[in-house]
Write a protein that binds this ligand. Structure first.
Ligand code: NOJ
Ligand code: NOJ
Length: 486
């Protein structure tokens, strides 16, 4: 009896002890995990501050006119010491995003001044003589004169991007009562146009059906990226035109935007199951077989606006994200270890950052775009409170660990379901994976980033200090809910 009691006591003691041990272990491992998460959050925050500094350092260099943006300070191998219309417009979108988030009035004023300088510099570039001249021209010296080197021209995404950022900037200025600057430099309802956004919008409206070179400056044809941006620029431009008493222009811009929609829809290839980047290719470097390209994701991110047209949660966009991730994961040896997938431009890429005809690599800016897409998708779903899994996006959701049978599709998940939470959570985790990848390959001491990272070694290569690498990091950073406390 007594012996029995002793055994029972021992058993009880042992199980209590192991339970305690288990709890302690769980407590400490969650502490370790929390510490890792804090380290990661800090690293991101620090990098976002550094990236802002590096990006700003490439704007209005002492060697250039105010408002010029150098793509990279590298003047040799490669020479990126130019103001590209595309890179600078994207950079200014980031500057405006920082402006909008900031509550520091002095800083906001400074950022608006930079944007105004950019407006005036842009006008100079629009007026410059050049190989093609006008808004289809590609890149400029820092004094505003055209670059005459043998290059892929025209590229028609630049005007759309610039119209979009300047339309948004005009709205900010109008809300502050600065109508004069808007009418004198950004949009005056007058033809022939001589204010920057009006010139760009007229150009976009008249030329959006024509082919041009792609954003990677290689392929001549019709591009998803260009078209989706042209559409958005025209729609937002139309709203501005209306508010500035230019109703006929507004009508014309809207009509052209609508005409682009079927053209954009034609980029979804049902057989391949993704959005093809280019249709009707007819010149340049024609080595793409798949036409699977991260530029489609960049387009969906930048062209996001009031409607849901190819938004970050569109099922065709998510299907494309899936194909790109799968492809790059296998293609780049560095993706075999470490967190997150390093993403490149497109699988057949042969540009190594200096020469073409070599081996292409992952890029920082495309990897950041994926981080941004995952977080913005999580934000979107949370706002809507609903996720629909369809035949088109099924594979994407499967990579998030969702197990659904195709017979039950389409399947609607609502905000209070277990699967919904799992998806949002996994989007955040995988989104952060792309950041971890970028943090791992940038300069560990300074946070400096170049254009590319070697696919075998992960070591940086290509243009050093690429402005777009920094701007894209900041954009992605701002898409995390935690950045609200910035
Ligand atoms: C330089 C361009 O900027 C780059 O995007 C392109 O891949 C190579 N030239 C190929 O010629
Ligand atoms: C090459 C990229 O392909 C192109 O998009 C970019 O404009 C230039 N480099 C300058 O950064």
């Amino acid at each position: 009896m007594e012996k029995n009691g002793f055994f029972r006591f021992r058993l009880l003691f042992l199980s209590a002890f192991s339970l305690l041990f288990l709890c302690l272990e769980m407590f400490f491992s969650s502490q370790v995990e929390a510490a890792h998460q804090t380290d990661f959050e800090n690293a991101l925050k620090i990098q976002s501050i550094r990236a802002e500094g590096f990006m700003m350092a490439n704007i209005s260099l002492p060697e250039g006119l105010p408002g010029s943006v150098v793509a990279s300070p590298s003047r040799m191998s490669p020479n990126y010491f130019y103001h590209w219309t595309r890179d600078s417009a994207l950079t200014m979108m980031t500057v405006l995003a920082i402006h909008d988030r900031s509550s520091d009035q002095e800083k906001k004023h400074r950022l608006r001044q930079i944007l105004k300088d950019y407006v005036l510099f842009s006008r100079k570039t629009q007026e410059a003589q050049g190989p093609v001249g006008g808004p289809g021209e590609v890149r400029f010296n820092l004094d505003g004169s055209s670059d005459y080197s043998d290059w892929a021209r025209p590229q028609n995404d630049g005007a759309a991007l610039r119209a979009l950022i300047l339309t948004r900037f005009a709205n900010v200025l109008l809300s502050l009562g600065e109508q004069e600057f808007v009418l004198n430099h950004i949009y005056r309802p007058y033809l022939p146009a001589y204010t920057v956004a009006k010139v760009d919008l007229e150009y976009v409206a008249h030329h959006c059906m024509e082919p041009s070179y792609d954003a990677w400056e290689e392929l001549f044809g019709q591009h998803f990226f260009h078209r989706i941006l042209q559409r958005r620029a025209l729609l937002e431009g139309a709203v501005l035109a209306d508010s500035l008493n230019d109703p006929l222009a507004a009508q014309f811009y809207r009509r052209q935007a609508r005409a682009l929609e079927p053209e954009i829809n034609a980029h979804y290839d049902t057989d391949r199951g993704y959005l093809v980047a280019t249709l009707f290719e007819s010149g340049g470097i024609m080595h793409k077989n798949l036409h699977l390209d991260s530029v489609v994701i960049l387009g969906a991110l930048v062209a996001q606006g009031a409607d849901d047209f190819y938004s970050v949660t569109d099922d065709r966009v998510l299907a494309t994200v899936f194909e790109l991730m799968r492809t790059f994961k296998e293609l780049y040896p560095i993706n075999a270890s470490g967190d997150g997938i390093a993403i490149g431009r497109y699988p057949e890429d042969h540009y190594d950052g200096v020469h073409s005809g070599r081996v292409g690599n992952p890029w920082f800016l495309t990897t950041h775009a994926f981080a941004e897409l995952f977080h913005r998708a999580a934000n979107n779903f949370t706002e809507k409170g609903e996720i629909t899994i369809s035949k088109v996006n099924l594979k994407f959701f499967q990579t998030l660990g969702i197990d659904v049978r195709s017979e039950s599709l389409p399947l609607k998940l609502s905000a209070n379901s277990k699967e919904f939470d799992q998806i949002v959570n996994e989007l955040r985790i995988q989104g952060d994976g792309f950041f971890k990848r970028s943090l791992r390959h940038m300069n560990q001491e300074s946070g400096v980033m170049s254009e590319q990272l070697n696919r075998d070694t992960g070591i940086m290569q290509g243009a050093r200090d690429l402005t777009w690498s920094y701007a894209s990091f900041i954009d992605a950073y701002l898409s995390r809910p935690q950045a609200n406390t910035r």
